[in-house]
Design a binder for this molecule. Structure first.
Ligand SMILES: [Fe+2]
Length: 194
């Protein structure tokens, strides 16, 4: 499958056509491994579906679906403008895109949120997003790990923590999608939604 096609369903959750083009472009530039690897090497931190081949893609899809469903509920979604909703979906589609670095390394790069942010900045001239929204997208991604912002070995704070509603929301969707008790049924790489 072509890289861009993995998230055909998820692009439909974005309203602005230019943002759809931008996220498709960014997905097309992700390294091959992203589309194949499990979400975590140990299987310790993710539900079963995420521990197999394509697990990282599946984890991504669940995080996006959680966001989409919550944003659709107007008692929750009212907090965000349509533009912010689009940025939330974009951020979640790409948040773990360089989880094992670029080129691929053996283990999760703890600073993968910063790698994606840098990756977006490197591609910025190819995107139609303006500077403000690029900055917003990058900060949402940089802080997606929430409280897990310290390097395991040095105990230094490497990642920024979420500091506003949109950043906390994206962290929450990623956090929920990694919970073992939230098993999601899949058919291949597609979530079964009745
Ligand atoms: Fe994630």
């Amino acid at each position: 499958m072509n890289k861009v096609e993995y998230f055909t369903k998820e692009y439909t959750y974005i309203q602005d056509e230019n943002k759809i083009k931008d996220i498709k472009y960014l997905v097309s530039k992700l390294p091959d491994y992203f589309f194949e690897v499990p979400a975590s090497s140990t299987g310790k931190y993710h539900p079963h579906y995420a521990s197999t081949k394509n697990g990282l893609v599946k984890h991504t899809k669940v995080a996006v679906l959680i966001a989409h469903e919550l944003l659709k509920d107007e008692s929750i979604g009212f907090k965000f403008s349509q533009e912010e909703k689009d940025l939330i979906i974009m951020a979640l589609i790409i948040h773990d895109g360089l989880k094992l670095g670029n080129p691929k390394e053996k283990y999760t790069r703890f600073d993968h949120p910063l790698l994606i942010s840098k990756f977006i900045m490197e591609q910025k001239d190819k995107l139609s997003l303006d500077a403000t929204n690029i900055r917003k997208l990058c900060s949402i991604i940089e802080s997606h790990m929430g409280p897990w912002n310290k390097d395991h070995y040095t105990h230094e704070e490497v990642l920024p923590k979420p500091k506003n509603e949109i950043e906390r929301f994206v962290h929450m969707c990623d956090y929920l999608s990694s919970k073992k008790f939230l098993e999601v049924p899949f058919d291949g790489i597609n979530i079964i939604q009745s």
